[in-house]
Design a protein around this ligand. Sequence first.
Ligand code: GLN
Length: 247
Amino acid sequence: MKNIKRIFALVLALALCVTCFAGCGKGDTLVMGTNASFPPYEFVDDNGNIVGIDAEIAQAIADKLGYKLEIRDMEFDSLLTAVESKSIDFALAGMTVTDERLLQVNFSDTYATGVQVIIVKEGSDIATADDLSGKVIGVQSGTTGDIYCTDDFGQDNVKQYANGALAVAALMNGQVDCVVIDNEPAKNYVKANAGLKILETEYVTEDYAAAFSKDNTDLLNKFNAALKELKDEGKIDEIINKYIPAE
Ligand code: GLN
């Protein structure tokens, strides 16, 4: 009889342990990395919370998959290494799918698009991308804008900043002649800073997607399935339209 009680207690203790491992660990939280200086995709609101299109899409996906969501703000050019080292579960940061990045990470299905544009001060003598040679171009370090401008105009003409806000501040201060950045953040920065305007460029449309570690295809597949459901339900359009009102 004593033995039976002991065995019963042991089984109960084991069961409790298993439940705890499944439910109490980090395993129930998805950690998203982003650079919260990229409105309307991600920015810090007046209450200090990271909000925006990417934050809402990630929350909707986490809800569907039954995870809590934690959002970590970091520099854009640290995101891929963080994904690779699994210090974050995925990066969602208005990040463009490129062949080069695909060597490092896997990308989810795409959920939005962007185009690189040029921000100049009103009255600037830069009218098109052809006028950029010899000018000082401000970019966010490690972004496609940085990569294109370095390729097209040479490293000496490109000044890298940790985020879009700092690049735009440098333009306002006259430290750079223009900023090359994605079109939607560009619109937000121009709205927030008087005396700036946007020039369209010939750069092609880019696809935004979430980045995952190459050995976490399980989470990637779940993410894609949830993303598809949200697209079918019209939820992705709803979130995007909330932050990018039709013109
Ligand atoms: N879409 C650009 C890229 O992926 C910029 C993204 C960003 O700055 N958050 O490089």
